[in-house]
Design a protein around this ligand. Sequence first.
Ligand SMILES: Nc1nc2c(ncn2[C@@H]2O[C@H](COP(=O)(O)OP(=O)(O)OP(=O)(O)O)[C@@H](O)[C@H]2O)c(=O)[nH]1
Ligand SMILES: [Mg+2]
Length: 354
Amino acid sequence: MFEHQVGCPDKGPDVLTSVDFVDEVTLEVAAGDGGNGAVAFRREKFVPLGGPSGGDGGRGGSVILVAHDRFSTLFDLRYRRIVRAERGEDGRGKDQFGKAGADVRIEVPVGTQVYDQESDALLADLHESGAELVVAQGGRGGRGNIKFATPYDRAPRRAQPGTPGERKKIRLVLKLLADIGIVGFPNVGKSTFIATVSRARPKVADYPFTTLVPNLGVVSLGVDRTFVIADIPGIIEGASEGAGLGLRFLKHVERTKVLLHMLSVDPDPEREPVADFDALMSELGRFDPSLLERPILVAVSKCDLPEAQKAYEAVREALEPRGFQVFAISSATNEGLTPLLEALEAILREPDDA
Ligand SMILES: Nc1nc2c(ncn2[C@@H]2O[C@H](COP(=O)(O)OP(=O)(O)OP(=O)(O)O)[C@@H](O)[C@H]2O)c(=O)[nH]1
Ligand SMILES: [Mg+2]
């Protein structure tokens, strides 16, 4: 029933480490200058005064960003300082036009936002696979003297130089595109859940902060009933002040439509699921108050364990009156997973302005 995966197909999503997960890079892009137009004259046997024959310069190559769902990080651009496209060739005599410089296409993950580093203006949001942006336009080729001939001046001695290619510094910021973001304290079973309902294979272990980078998984409930879930590294109290891994990964849930707040029993008796819920909600609100306005479903995980089942009852009693839907799930026995996924999908199907 559960299929597909997203991630880094070359390496497999589980091989991504925090070092590999690059979600911001700055880069200089330099398009090629246009080639110069030529000044030349025909010199042929038996043609005493040949006309102008200087060809146009070729246009410079452009630098183009292309969004591709093959990538899930900006890692490949990590060490690139500058990306240059080729200059256009100069025009030559005998009516020869210069060749255009080749364009350079840079592939970036879907969900990459492109900013002008100097003005901080958003140039584009490449949120669809195949979306393109010409970030630096190649220069125009100059016209050769052929183009300047007139009835009054049949032997023009002028030609145009090519125009310079555009050049700028850009900042690329990746915001993963997922429909649903899973948030929760460390160790509550977020990664186990995503591994059970999708083909993502994040690392699972019984210690906190196993997950250091977000993982995406595609859930399929049938034809045309697929959605993407993001497993975000665990968040703890004080995260907004930098505790644990901090909150920087929360920017990846900024664009999700629904949050799935996962709670569980913890071996640490100090922790209590309803208190965890409130602590985490206030961290989310500190990061971005609008996060709290979107639909939030609550799942109590590990309900194959009797103590988790008990915790579920308590959580439901506390949170249902506050308007939250609460689900009991177990990724070990698959119990409750389908009702939860169906509920998540139902919210995604609601029209946006509802
Ligand atoms: N019994 C039981 N154990 C589970 C279940 N789901 C997860 N676990 C265990 O809980 C521990 C933590 O699971 P993870 O999926 O790594 O938890 P996480 O929320 O991703 O943790 P971090 O990445 O550290 O934030 C592991 O030892 C899992 O085997 C479940 O449904 N039942
Ligand atoms: Mg995890």
